[in-house]
Design a binder for this molecule. Structure first.
Ligand code: ZN
Length: 143
């Protein structure tokens, strides 16, 4: 009985320690990719914080857009921040419904290839692309 009580106490003490240790400081939204380079992920609240400035390949484009260096966010329910996208292409490979195409973005400082959600309505919300994008450039929002 006494032994059980002590184990119980130890469990809660270690749980508290783990919880406080794993709390991340909320200093910056920057993350690092596998090469250790810093990047700013797509804003998950972009639909509140940005405005639609145009259309491209059948989907909306959320500004600001100042080509060739600022290209905005392509798509709404399947949204790719072209200023974060490095043209890695993993989204093209993992998407089970093949909704992405890699397109040219000449002159963009991050990469000159971008993933474009050209078949956005086909999305089945599996989130494979969002989870595997190396720079967190993709945000899937169910319609
Ligand atoms: Zn597009």
């Amino acid at each position: 009985m006494l032994q059980n009580q002590r184990n119980h106490k130890t469990f809660f003490m270690s749980f508290k320690l783990t919880a406080s240790r794993s709390r991340k400081p909320n200093i910056s939204r920057f993350l690092c990719n596998r090469d250790g380079e810093k990047f700013l992920p797509i804003d998950p609240d972009f639909q509140k914080n940005r405005q639609v400035v145009g259309e491209h390949n059948g989907h909306k484009v959320w500004g600001p857009v100042e080509p060739p260096t600022k290209l905005g966010i392509h798509g709404t329910n399947v949204a790719v921040d072209w200023d974060v996208c490095t043209g890695d292409g993993v989204c093209v490979d993992v998407c089970p419904v093949s909704l992405y195409d890699l397109v040219d973005a000449p002159g963009h400082p991050t990469s000159e290839k971008k993933s474009d959600p050209v078949r956005e309505p086909d999305c089945i919300q599996c989130l494979a692309c969002e989870m595997q994008c190396p720079t967190a450039a993709i945000k899937i929002t169910p319609p």
